[in-house]
Design a protein around this ligand. Structure first.
Ligand SMILES: [Zn+2]
Ligand SMILES: [Zn+2]
Length: 118
């Protein structure tokens, strides 16, 4: 199947896909588009949530990564609002690993590694 260059219908970013019906550059754009109106930002903690019905809400970055209870989802670039899948990392080592990720020296190293692999 040929690789096609398309423009994301949500954020306008160009992307390439083998899918026959690619419309969005990422799962997060797909969800934002599909579930428009139920994604909202909590201004007091800076995190985005996804709301299902009246009472059921989940942190968007945990929802997108299917994180299990006890797993920690880390924003690689440190920006809580960047919920693209390439910026989210499930830390199997839990909170102790997460604290290390937020150690400035280690965080810089991780960021460099993420930049090199993208
Ligand atoms: Zn997009
Ligand atoms: Zn983090």
């Amino acid at each position: 199947m040929p690789l096609r260059s398309l423009k994301c219908e949500k954020c306008g970013k160009p992307f390439e896909t083998y899918a026959a019906r690619g419309r969005f550059c990422s799962r997060s754009c797909f969800l934002k588009r599909q579930l428009a109106g139920s994604i909202w930002k909590n201004e007091s903690n800076g995190y985005w949530y996804i709301q299902f019905g009246r009472k059921n809400k989940r942190l968007l970055h945990r929802y997108l990564t299917n994180a299990k209870p006890g797993q920690v989802v880390h924003h690689i670039d440190g920006n809580k609002e960047n919920n693209s899948l390439s910026n989210l990392q499930i830390l199997k080592g839990g909170q102790s690993e997460h604290i290390k990720m937020h150690n400035p020296v280690l965080a810089r190293w991780a960021k460099r590694r993420a930049a090199a692999s993208s």
